[in-house]
Design a protein around this ligand. Sequence first.
Ligand code: ZN
Length: 247
Amino acid sequence: MEWPLVFAAALLTALATGLGALPFAVVGPASLGARGLALGNAAAAGLMLAASGMLALEGVKLGPLAAAIGAVAGVAFIRVSDAVLSRFEDLDLGALKGADARRAILIVGIMTLHSAAEGIGVGVAFGDGAPLGWFVTIAMAIHNIPEGLAISLVLVPRGVSWRSAAWWSVFSSLPQPLLAVPAYLSVLVFATLLPAGLGFAAGAMAWMAVSDMIPEARRVADTRSVLLVAILAAVAMLGLFAVIPGG
Ligand SMILES: [Zn+2]
């Protein structure tokens, strides 16, 4: 198989991420209110926790020690980025200011970093043969839609348009086509990096969900509703994967 085809496949997975913003084209953010925004955060946290669980499992299968070191590094990375970003009092990102801008930068940043590990996964899978490559491509495209939704759930209720949220969602997955190609061309090198990369992504996402998004949701909504929404979102994402044959 030629590498441009691997690039095209991984680009499709990136475009699928933008589909996650579509619900907001139908349901305007204005109808959500403060409680809706809080529960949106809770749902995004649940989606991220489920995704991080799947990444961690994949990483541990490939290399438990490297995955564990990667996960600790992922948590450390978020703590450091958070500390650095909170030094900038008047942070702004388009329509977003202060804490909203910090949260938006962190979530888009984390999602972009974590898709680097997934891009390597796609490339390595194609290196194992086209059938596995296409299977991982389809699974990744489906996996990306709720991740785009998670990004949009954070951005849209804070005043970002659904079109921009769709673009930021696609942007967060661009490392997939960019890294799938080198990973495909030199599978041996990238296959050794993969468990640490998956662990890193899992640690970063789980930490962001638990240390920031859940507490943020609890400031407005009651704990019971927050946990219920987060758990339902996580179960829905895991359920989606259970129904994919062979997944
Ligand atoms: Zn992912």
